[in-house]
Design a protein around this ligand. Sequence first.
Ligand SMILES: *Cc1c(COP(=O)(O)O)cnc(C)c1O
Length: 351
Amino acid sequence: MSRFLSSRLSRLGTYVPGEQPQDRQYIKLNTNESPYPPAPLTEEKVREALWQLHLYPDPDCRALTKALAEYNAVLPEQILCANGSDDILSYIFLAFGDAKRGFSFPDITYGFYQVYGDFYSVPYRKIPLREDFSLAPEDYFALDSGIILANPNAQTGLALELKQIAAIAEKNPDQLVVVDEAYVDFGGESAAALLPEYDNILVVRTFSKSRSLAGGRLGYAIAGKELIVDLNTVKYSINPYNVNRMTQAAGIAALQEDGYYVDCCKRIMSTRESTKKALQALGMEVTDSKANFLLAHHASIEGEALYRSLKERGILVRHFKDQRIRDWIRISIGTEKQMARLVAEIGAILE
Ligand SMILES: *Cc1c(COP(=O)(O)O)cnc(C)c1O
């Protein structure tokens, strides 16, 4: 670090993204991207947008917002687009957190919640998941902070039922309940259905996982109009042009070719289930994931050792150092072929 870095920043940890080594070709199963490319129309729409790159994008993303509103059966005033859902999460901490009003979230979940809490000096409390990694809704009843839940949850893949989220919103009428639905298209139920009943729910979505657009950076919020106004206050104080022209075009194209992505998600879910069975047959314990990844471990090998052996064999998976999951690895679901290779390599490593 330079001698100019603020003392506040020099003390903070940052989010650590999954590695992207360039030394050789890997089967990349470490960042929960889709193994399938964007649908055909994307190229044409993005190409059209290229010829308007001399002009700023629409800061309100009106065409995309309208399409998203129709897709989700809400009003355009209930949608806000941003540069990935990380951007939305950052706005949430800025808009609704301060030194007095913090957030609670599970001890095992998406790592960025903690990073934003530290970065924006918003206090947070980590509520331990149960022994089996499931979340006890009662632990979130009548809290004195906002709540952030990834559903399905990051790292574990376990999903809450809508009635459990409704119960949490019900028991915290004066707190914001953020539901991060990065993985909802792989078998979860969207809390967007609860919005008419609960004005304290804010849903966060991304095109990165189920819409094959991780490289495009597109996320959005769905909530009551007032919450969206608040998020816009942050957006218009930082960078109103947060979604570039090509990405707005790609997002609209993705909604037009929804069937393609629904098929991709079905394939990924079916590959997930077959991979899960194959790993169990090797003696691994695997969580009941409703996401595009599996969390797995084997009693005879440490998580880090398994991660390293797989990397040596050309397969990248994710290993986390958090105490409770340090003996597990998180495996993104790739193509059938990639997963067959993964299972074969794990089998060979365990022998
Ligand atoms: C991947 C992920 C995100 C970030 O998604 P982007 O839209 O790519 O920024 C947010 N939350 C969870 C739980 C995720 O897994």
